[in-house]
Design a protein around this ligand. Structure first.
Ligand SMILES: Cc1cc2nc3c(=O)[nH]c(=O)nc-3n(C[C@H](O)[C@H](O)[C@H](O)COP(=O)(O)OP(=O)(O)OC[C@H]3O[C@@H](n4cnc5c(N)ncnc54)[C@H](O)[C@@H]3O)c2cc1C
Length: 426
């Protein structure tokens, strides 16, 4: 299957040709299943450390969530730091966050060396009601505890960047940046080609996984890989290959649209060129792309609804916030699946001897896939045990269809809570 039509796939040059599928029986130190950013980065890290590695991808590199997302790269997790602080204690939460900072730095370093992958710098987090203390507290916490460089914008500073009656306050995080994630995935694929000991097979789904002697055997439609160790990086697209992990991952669909050129109206509405997101629990996130276009993401469902209807919903949302953009026309609308565990944290670690997981990054995977890949590569090559920071977040059954229904209810509940909070504050 080719890449879904999106702003990113349209922009991709040259159009990538799939690499040959696996058609033989081979041996390798490691076999990775799934070439999203987790699998690609892990393969690169292993190759750089001299391990033989085979990466099998059912479609093409970056075909899943990795090539369709909003492109916001920031440290942190799908779960909030407040919850991690309360559950694990300050030191543990700090150590986790620090690892995700390293993940973001890795992406920045690699993406900077690739042409046209970095697209914007900095992030505005905007508040839809009048509660400046809330942003001040968040800023103090992030700067003091997590060594960030956040600051709260004055009303004038915010007005210089955005023109919308919806927003009352904003904070600025200079360290977030935005990328074209599909171009980044292609860049990683090209780097893999320079690693003699790493082979990527595209259009090669792993259809069976079984123990074999001291290692594992991965079967594909026309071949197989015998590996000392296997790492599962298939996220929401993994399917039933290994049930204990598949049943722990809730696939959650989310949506992005990109506009046609908006001309001078975009400058009137949004002058800021980095990432913008609101502080809602069910947040909107968006950014300018190209000269005068907008990329906007939001909403989640646990069933894949038609992007067509969602495009209209998202357009209505945009125009509510920026009436200046009432002439906006959608150019692309696409969806993707995020893999969420019930604890909203990645599942990183050894599931059984020689079988590893580096997956379930939820809606916050651009920095954390790099972090997880680094931890697992270090564990496999020299027994590093930083991955144990994730031991509290095991692969727990996500509740099947009831879990999905529950997730949808939680999202609707979050939307109601957002609206109630905004009304109360007004
Ligand atoms: C619309 C959208 C917007 C998002 N926005 C952001 C954002 O702005 N910032 C951010 O940090 N995160 C964002 N995310 C989340 C982020 O994209 C993901 O967390 C991250 O890309 C997950 O990467 P991954 O490698 O774990 O999984 P994926 O990218 O989903 O890759 C999994 C791969 O495994 C393959 N696969 C699965 N099963 C098999 C099998 N049996 N055999 C072979 N291959 C298999 C699939 O084909 C797929 O290519 C967003 C996600 C979506 C969907």
């Amino acid at each position: 299957m080719t890449y879904p039509v999106s702003y990113y796939s349209e922009r991709l040059q040259p159009k990538p040709v799939p690499l040959p599928a696996l058609e033989e029986t081979i041996e390798s130190d490691t076999c990775i299943i799934g070439a999203g950013l987790a699998g690609l980065t892990l393969a690169l890290r292993l190759g750089e450390q001299g391990q033989t590695c085979v990466l099998v991808e059912a479609e093409q590199a970056g075909w899943g969530a990795s090539g369709r997302n909003g492109g916001f790269v920031s440290p942190g997790f799908a779960q909030s730091l407040g919850v991690l602080d309360r559950k694990l204690g300050r030191d543990h939460a700090k150590a986790l966050y620090a690892e995700s900072v390293k993940g973001a730095e890795f992406v920045r370093a690699r993406a900077t060396a690739m042409d046209g992958v970095i697209q914007g710098e900095g992030r505005l987090q905007v508040l839809r009601y009048n509660a400046p203390d809330q942003l001040q507290r968040l800023t103090e916490y992030m700067n003091k505890v997590h060594d960030r460089r956040y600051f709260v914008l004055s009303g004038e500073q915010l007005a210089a960047e955005l023109t919308s009656d919806t927003y009352h306050h904003a904070l600025f995080d200079p360290d977030t940046f935005t990328i074209d994630p599909l171009a980044y995935a292609q860049g990683l694929k090209q780097l893999l080609a320079t690693q003699g000991d790493v082979t990527l097979f595209e259009e090669t789904p792993a259809v069976k996984l079984e123990k074999s002697g001291a290692g594992w055997l991965v079967t594909t439609p026309q071949g197989s890989v015998a590996a000392k160790q296997v790492v599962l990086t298939g996220s929401a697209y993994l399917g039933p290959l290994y049930r204990p992990l598949a049943s722990a991952i809730l696939p959650v669909a989310t949506y992005v649209v990109s506009s046609v050129g908006l001309g001078a109206a975009l400058d009137e509405a949004i002058r800021f060129r980095g990432a913008i997101s609101d502080t809602r629990l069910a947040s909107d996130y968006y950014r300018r792309i190209e000269q005068d276009c907008l990329l906007w993401g939001g909403r989640i469902t646990t069933q894949q609804s038609q992007p067509h209807r969602l495009a209209e919903l998202l357009k209505r949302q945009i125009v509510e916030i920026y009436p200046q953009l009432s002439h906006l026309e959608i150019r692309h609308a696409w969806s993707g699946l995020m893999g969420y565990a019930v604890h909203k944290m990645p599942i990183i670690g050894e599931l059984e001897p020689g079988l590893w997981s580096c997956t379930a990054f939820g809606g916050h995977g651009l920095s954390t896939t790099a972090m997880g890949a680094d931890m697992v590569a270090a564990a496999l090559t020299h027994g590093d045990d930083r991955w144990r920071l994730f031991e509290p977040f095991k692969a727990r059954w996500g509740g099947g269809p009831a879990g999905r229904a529950g997730t949808q209810l939680i999202y609707w509940g979050m939307q109601l809570k957002d609206r109630w909070q905004e009304r109360r504050a007004k």
